[in-house]
Design a binder for this molecule. Structure first.
Ligand code: NAP
Ligand code: SF4
Length: 673
């Protein structure tokens, strides 16, 4: 039986297993000394056992760049820096393909071209219709990039034909309004794809991998039909393609395809359908982040390979851990996008919320240091990240936690519908605590009196790390002591005690999360519920596989309030904020901004809104109004311990505390001791 570790024979070469590290732009492509850093980034994943890696998208020409200074491979002098990457990957036993990505109308610069004169909703620039002469030149440029990739030592190329980029823009009637031989019928719309593949194959010869990333469902109006996708898929082998990779949804589609609320492996059905139509290997993708799903996909013949991208940011040793049945040690990607995609959109180097070393490998020496005795106070994300990293470096760590479980604020996040992946991070922390023999003392509140004896000469620990977290902010509103008022931990832990009409004070991430848990009757939506909510048609009756959204039935009537007049959730991540806002709108949450809180009484919450005093007749008022740092113990202990004390996470700075900063601070502190 085929399993994840059955080699895949492509005729001219063999892949050692069925794992693909999918294409991700890291920001290192354009950074100073970026190729050196990228070489180490990919080398670690190769050491971790992945069979095949695909680089981030590289443009074949200037017009096709993603941004004005975006990366491009068109000239022989550029080959040398790529060799650093291919050498590092090959030395560590893996193979690597370069992705050729022409952005088309998704480019963020004035030179962009597309099948027609159209403007994408996600770029401020309008694309110019590419001329026939330029099409010929572009086809040459694709082939030229492939040849240079071959010279640089890549094992092949992936042609980006999905996610709404240039080639996909020719394939879909939505963006291809041409009347010449590159527009109109599907044969014409797909002509450029055929010519690109043929030109590449001609240039690189037979012994070079060509992957075609096929948009299997566009998830936009006037996208491709299923029949067209199948027709193209069937033609790919004869054109010279070795492997078909799956593409899901255009970037402009207002449908989540990879964020954490997308059920795991939700889209593999379409790869399975295409696989039945073709004789070359098919790779499936999107929201696959664990060994069990990957095993099932390959062993049941749903697809021949599994592509994971972000999971390799979270854990470079993912494949080795699956192979050695050490799945519980996997630092699982929670699909939050906070440090990967959201960074890229802010022109920052990509990283990972649960693994801040990702794309920063050269900044960390993983060698063991001198062994110190360290006491960590608080087992939230910051304290745990510190403890595990410090213990892995050879320190002896004791954690004291006043609660009966580890995880801190993650224990609230994990019960929010669509955020169940946080369970995995807590599971990872638990496994690593045992693996590194960290002494964990739960149910152990510490006071300054406990610390005093440790401050005496010859007593105590070498270092003290205070990761004591946060406490919810209780705003000063008349009547705040009313029994209708609940803090967000109280509401999230016991949603059943919350009434049918609710006002939420504060519309940050936690206000949104609290609304979500109160709107749903169960914690996990099924794939079908998810598809119905977002209008995805798995039966593919219409072009683009979209259908009318099914209106959800909200469990409660909710007012989400803030004093600011800006958009609700403006501080949420670029790639996920719109999903949270849309979800609450679909559930008829009333979002009121520019609110002044006047009074809470037995009738509800009195506010000033749009120059009127209004009574919101609600059963409960939930405080999601931020947090304070819980750092008194740290302040008091400094004079007592007279030793090295450190403050990290929410205890250091509650404002804009998030798990990304907390974990980053923990890991970096461990390396600094
Ligand atoms: P936050 O984002 O700072 O939001 C706090 C909210 O409380 C704001 O909407 C603020 O709005 C309001 N507020 C502040 N002081 C107030 C006062 N004295 N009286 C009344 N309202 C007040 O904090 P959070 O929601 O607690 O989230 C904490 C951290 O976790 C943030 O970094 C957040 O990004 C992160 N997080 C993110 C997500 C996500 O990305 N999905 C989910 C959960 C948590 P006004 O000042 O306008 O009233
Ligand atoms: Fe996954 Fe979040 Fe890390 Fe991105 S930042 S790789 S989504 S865990």
């Amino acid at each position: 039986m085929t399993d994840l570790f059955t080699p895949l024979d492509l005729g001219h070469t063999t892949l050692k297993n069925r794992f693909l590290m999918g294409s991700m732009h890291t920001g290192l492509e354009e950074a100073k000394d970026g190729f050196h850093k990228m070489a180490e980034f990919y080398a670690q994943r190769a050491r971790g056992g992945v069979g095949l890696i695909v680089t981030g998208g590289i443009a074949p020409n200037l017009q096709g760049r993603l941004s004005p200074f975006g990366t491009q491979l068109s000239f022989p002098w550029q080959v040398k820096k790529h060799k650093k990457v291919t050498k590092a990957v090959h030395e560590n036993g893996s193979k690597i393909c370069l992705q050729i990505l022409h952005a088309g109308r998704y480019g963020y610069h004035p030179l962009i071209v597309s099948a027609s004169n159209t403007k994408a909703p996600i770029s401020p620039f309008k694309a110019r219709k590419i001329t026939k002469l330029e099409i010929k030149k572009t086809i040459f440029d694709f082939a030229n990039t492939a040849r240079l990739a071959q010279k640089a030592g890549y094992d092949g190329v992936e042609i980006m034909g999905s996610e709404g980029y240039f080639l996909n823009q020719f394939l879909a009637p939505k963006t291809n309004l041409r009347k010449d031989e590159y527009g109109g019928s599907f044969e014409n719309r797909s002509r450029i794809v055929q010519e690109v593949i043929q030109a590449i194959r001609k240039k690189v010869g037979e012994k070079f991998i060509i992957i075609y990333r096929l948009s299997m469902i566009d998830l936009i109006k006037d996208g491709q039909s299923l029949e067209e996708v199948i027709t193209l898929a069937k033609s790919l082998k004869d054109l010279g393609v070795d492997i078909i990779n799956t593409g899901i949804g255009w970037h402009e589609a207002r449908i989540p395809t990879i964020a954490t609320m997308v059920p795991r492996a939700a889209f593999v059905f379409i790869s399975q359908q295409i696989k039945k139509e073709v004789s070359i290997p098919v790779i499936t993708t999107n929201r696959i982040n664990n060994g069990d799903d990957a095993k099932k996909i390959v062993s049941e013949g749903i697809a021949d390979m599994v592509s994971m991208a972000r999971p390799f940011l979270a854990d470079p040793d993912l494949v080795a851990k699956i192979e050695q049945n050490r799945d519980s040690e996997i630092n699982t990607c929670i699909a939050c996008n906070q440090a990967c995609l959201d960074h890229i959109f802010k022109n920052k180097i990509c990283s990972c919320l649960v693994n801040p070393k990702a794309c920063h490998e050269t900044e960390f020496k993983n060698s063991k240091t001198s062994s110190k005795n360290i006491l960590v106070l608080g087992a939230g994300p910051a304290g745990l990240a510190f403890s595990i990293e410090a213990a892995s470096l050879g320190h002896r760590v004791t954690i004291v936690e006043k609660n009966t479980e580890i995880g801190g604020q993650f224990n609230l996040a994990k019960v929010i519908p669509g955020k169940e992946e946080f369970h995995e991070t807590i599971r990872y922390f638990e496994t690593m605590i045992k693996k590194y023999e960290i002494d964990l003392k739960l149910n152990t509140p510490i006071t300054i009196e406990d610390l005093k004896p440790l401050g005496q000469f010859g007593q105590g620990y070498d270092e003290y790390v205070f990761s004591t977290g946060v406490v919810p902010r209780v705003p000063q509103i008349k009547g705040i002591e009313n029994k209708k008022v609940l803090t967000y931990p109280e509401a999230i832990r016991n949603p059943d005690q919350v009434g049918k009409r609710v006002a939420i004070i504060g519309a940050g991430g936690i206000g949104f999360d609290t609304a979500e848990i109160l709107l749903h009757s169960q914690s996990t939506d099924s794939v079908q519920e998810f598809f119905d909510h977002w209008g995805i048609d798995s039966l593919y009756k219409e072009r683009g596989a979209i259908k009318s959204k099914v209106k959800p039935s909200p469990k409660r009537e909710i007012f989400l309030l803030q004093r600011k007049t800006s958009k609700h959730g403006a501080g949420l991540g670029k790639t996920t904020g719109w999903i949270h806002r849309q979800s609450l709108k679909d559930h008829e949450v009333q979002m009121l901004g520019g609110v002044k809180y006047k009074e809470i009484n037995d009738q509800g919450l009195v506010i000033d809104h749009e120059n009127q005093e209004k009574l919101l007749e609600v059963d409960n008022i939930i405080l999601c109004s931020g947090q304070y740092s819980d750092n008194k113990l740290y302040s008091d202990s400094k004079s007592v311990l007279k030793k090295r004390t450190h403050l990290i996470g929410g205890a250091k700075l509650a404002q804009e505390i998030d798990a990304k900063r907390a974990i980053d601070e923990g890991v970096r502190l461990a390396h600094s001791l």
